[in-house]
Ligand binder design. Sequence first.
Ligand code: SGN
Ligand code: CA
Length: 536
Amino acid sequence: MRASRCLLPISGAIFLFFFSCRSETKEDIATIRPNIVFIMSDDHAYQAISAYNDKLIKTPNIDRIANEGILFTNASVTNSICAPSRAVILTGKHSHINGKIDNLSPFDTTNITFPQLLQNAGYQTAMFGKLHFGNNPKGFDEFKILPGQGDYYNPTFNTEKGDTTIVGYVTDIITDLTLDWLEKRRDSKRPFLLMYLHKAPHRSWLPAERHYREFTKKTFPLPETLFDTYATRGEAARTAEMNILEHMILNYDNKVFPEVIEELQIKDRKLFDPLEKMTPDQKTAWNSVYAPINEDFRKRYPGMNDSTLMVWKFQRYMQDYLGTIAAVDENVGRLLNYLDREGLSKNTMVVYTSDQGFYLGEHGWFDKRFMYDESFKTPLLIKWPNVIKAGITEDEMVQNLDFAQTFLEVAGALTPSDMQGESLVPLLKGQKEKWDRDAVYYHYYEYPAEHAVKRHYGIATKDHKLMHFYYDVDEWELYDRKKDKQEMNNVYEDPKYADVVNEMKQKLEELRLKYKDNDSLSNQYIKLYKEKGWID
Ligand code: SGN
Ligand code: CA
């Protein structure tokens, strides 16, 4: 039997909204106003998901989403930093249009977001975890969000009813809150949008006790580009402050105790206490594992050179970073099991992604921000039974810009015409012929600022990537993405690539026109920084 379809206007909405009502058939069940579960972690590199590559960690629960659905191998962000990425996701607009260009400026809440549209279209909506906007999200029936970056241990949450602090480990608690909402406050008569947003694996990488006990015993393969000298790149890569050897803080990042740092007379290390929120019991447990590591470091440090110290810091970094991911994976499993148990999975689209990628020692770095692949690309796995064929891989260039329109289409709601992405639904349905994007646009702004990554914008096609660094430099870089997967050779000045440079520059201008970005807008954002006193 064919489903009948009706369109109902919802009054009182800012735009006109429509949703489709269908008489259900068994075959159609998955396409009738499905639930949407959007899982996003903070700084989760695709290199640390075994569906992409299992050399660092096994993530069987996250992998389940790809095994039962689709794995995107060429998903990227438009601006590789936390709050701007979230603003792009919620608004379906580039940073220069939605105004949230960096982590510093406030999110303009007059922007229309897709959760508001879904709420208006009859969805029940809830958000748990990290948002990082500095203001509360609009369009949610319920939210419990971490203030700013939030804490790993005993975190405080902002809610509509005030703040609440919960003892325990943040990844477990965000999941408890999510499951509690599903169990007790979900309206079974309505579809829902659930945004389940982890703090992990964000710096300063504090794993749960069950995981640091295990992960501090492991060693990990070194990335081939750990000792990159940035020989062919411009000034931006050389002056960035995210090198593991030079900029990772022994105390804060690598958990070397302040007294050990003082005893070893290590200079230039700001002393933080990443454990300050822990209870005495949590600190005792932590010290029982990290004190022997400190003792070992105290003995070995005098004999270390730059390269052995780099490797030691890399290993410590990976142990803690990946330890926090183990908890994310377990908790994703708890949520997927709940959906299965309650019979919700068959009509629920589950998305797993990160707010951006991250460097796990590639090019010697941690952190993100650059348009180079490890931070430009982001993991993306989606399952939606009966619509997405299980176990497929897709290499089309999709972006976080596309989520809003995807979810609106999935929900049968109308998309505002000024959103700038493309719905991923054709790719989810295997209708590749309906997808014709051949390039994506990127623009990063937060400079001068922490990690000192210069302002840049650029374009990526499947074959090449062209980047322009500006503000206090005027430098271009070009990479051959097919021949040089690790982006080690900037070929911008290579005469063999002169035609490619011209073509890419032309395409870049076309994209900037399409997305309404230009130098005068960039200058306005610089002026804004000056007015705020963030730069001279
Ligand atoms: C903090 C971190 C930085 C990180 C930014 C932005 N420093 O400031 O390393 O780049 O967050 O991250 S820390 O000393 O506070 O840990 S983002 O994911 O929120 O954009
Ligand atoms: Ca982030």
